[in-house]
Ligand binder design. Structure first.
Ligand SMILES: Cc1cc2nc3c(=O)[nH]c(=O)nc-3n(C[C@H](O)[C@H](O)[C@H](O)COP(=O)(O)OP(=O)(O)OC[C@H]3O[C@@H](n4cnc5c(N)ncnc54)[C@H](O)[C@@H]3O)c2cc1C
Length: 409
């Protein structure tokens, strides 16, 4: 049976796992990425219809990896965010909250990138790094600690011995379950329908989010005269609307969005995601660590899930690279606890903030709606709070890892 010894095995090669693999590979670690998806699905337009609002910290990390200069060519800066309350599907309340780039020293708030494009650029870089091996269509069937290494048996019979196993297999994480790490979870009974459309009227770099009673509808500008939508609502309604014909679906979407972009036309297929809240009770165990959605799954209301996962990557990479330079055992509990200590507070703050925002701003209760409308009005008049919120969203607050500042480790 084929056996090999590496430094880091990463289960789950989504954007989070792939970025970690690339940083470690470029810093002399021998890495294997194990992903259950077939290679053709991993890169298919059909399976990748999401788009991401990347914050400044995430873009800095991509710059250090020489990915940002390529991705930037097809990214779309967001210079204005408009948040509105909608009392019914087609009626917008007068309270609104506006964030514009001039509140910041930078010329934009977020950068929108398409999932498929980002994945392809990262994978092209990985393919040029001889330290990294990508195993598609592969699953771990056994995960044990054996003689001071972690031993993985794959479904094709291959055996991998590694100093450390990283679980970045999304939610729910099988690798975390195998490692007996428990998590807290809450089902919102909401689902998000996502996709990309072309439109008649220019978006002028503006992102709009309307808080409808059943959930938020976000329309986010993309490169060219295109936008991405994330339409969240009760799961029963979402499943019904998801199945409508293209023309009926677009008609409903345009009504909810007040026809602001004129005539709209699909540019992708649509996809539907159940929405839940989950976070792990622990981030590390001996020889094992979890990152990204495997460790925390949050509501898409603030577009922060991937940014949060990228912050995990930046912190973990810094800890592993520095401990390797010091000759420490990278899989030891002592080293891994540094990561848990660094990440716990940020993760919990974002988990609670996104949960609160969803409950407070999208609800059917008249009194709650009224008070959230007042909150919009108060926030809109306070430049100081708006500047603070934008600083938080940039991912640059607190004790941040070097890569997020755009510095090499
Ligand atoms: C509707 C919606 C909109 C969003 N918008 C934004 C946004 O604007 N900005 C933002 O920052 N975030 C956003 N997010 C969150 C973002 O999508 C996630 O946080 C991010 O994709 C997590 O990446 P990941 O690599 O950790 O996990 P995933 O993307 O889930 O990747 C996990 C990988 O692991 C593989 N895998 C799973 N199980 C196994 C297994 N047992 N063995 C081997 N491989 C396995 C999968 O094939 C996959 O490739 C959004 C989420 C949703 C649902």
């Amino acid at each position: 049976m084929k056996q090999k010894k590496i430094n880091v095995a990463i289960v789950g090669g989504g954007i989070v796992g792939s970025l970690l693999a690339l940083i470690l590979g470029l810093n002399g670690f021998r890495v294997s990425i194990i992903d259950r998806q077939k290679k053709e699905n991993y890169f298919s337009n059909f399976h990748n219809v999401k788009s991401y609002a990347l914050n400044e910290g995430s873009c800095h990390l991509l710059s250090v990896l020489e990915i940002w200069d390529i991705v930037k060519q097809k990214s779309q800066p967001i210079t204005k965010i408009l948040l509105q309350q909608g009392s019914s599907i087609s009626s917008i309340q007068p309270f609104e909250l506006e964030f514009s780039a001039d509140l910041k020293t930078n010329d934009h708030i977020f950068n929108m990138v398409e999932e498929i494009y980002l994945k392809k650029v990262i994978r092209e870089k990985i393919d040029k790094c001889s330290n990294i091996e990508c195993l598609y269509s592969s699953k771990v069937i056994e995960q044990n600690i054996d003689n001071f290494t972690i031993k993985l048996v794959l479904d094709n019979g291959q055996i991998i011995n590694s100093d450390l196993l990283v679980g970045s297999d999304g939610y729910p994480s099988l690798s975390a379950k195998e490692a007996k790490i428990k998590h807290f979870n809450y089902e919102y009974n909401q689902s998000s329908i996502v996709g990309i459309f072309k439109h008649e009227i220019q978006h002028e770099s503006e992102a709009v989010q309307i808080f409808l009673p059943s959930g938020p509808l976000a329309i986010l500008p993309l490169f060219g005269n295109r936008s991405s939508f994330v339409w969240t609502m009760d799961s029963n309604d979402a499943n019904r609307i998801f199945k409508l014909s293209d023309s009926l679906f677009l008609k409903n979407l345009n009504t909810a969005f007040q026809n602001r972009r004129g005539k709209i036309e699909f540019e992708s297929n649509r996809n539907i995601f159940p929405i839940s809240l989950a976070f792990s009770k622990k981030l590390v165990k001996e020889k094992f660590v979890i990152i990204g959605d495997a460790a925390h799954k949050i509501h898409p209301i603030a577009g922060q899930g991937l940014n949060l996962g990228i912050r995990d990557v930046a912190a973990l990479a810094e800890i592993l690279i520095l401990s390797k330079r010091l000759g420490e055992d990278i899989g030891s509990r002592l080293v891994l606890e540094r990561y848990a200590k660094w990440r716990n507070l940020d993760i919990l703050s974002i988990v609670f903030f996104t949960d609160f925002a969803n409950r407070f701003f999208s609800n059917k209760n008249y009194l709650k709606k009224f008070s959230s409308g007042i909150a919009f009005k108060l926030l809109n008049n306070s430049k100081v709070i708006k500047k603070y919120l934008m600083r938080e969203a940039s991912g640059l607050n607190g004790n941040i890892p070097k890569l997020l500042k755009g510095e090499k480790i």
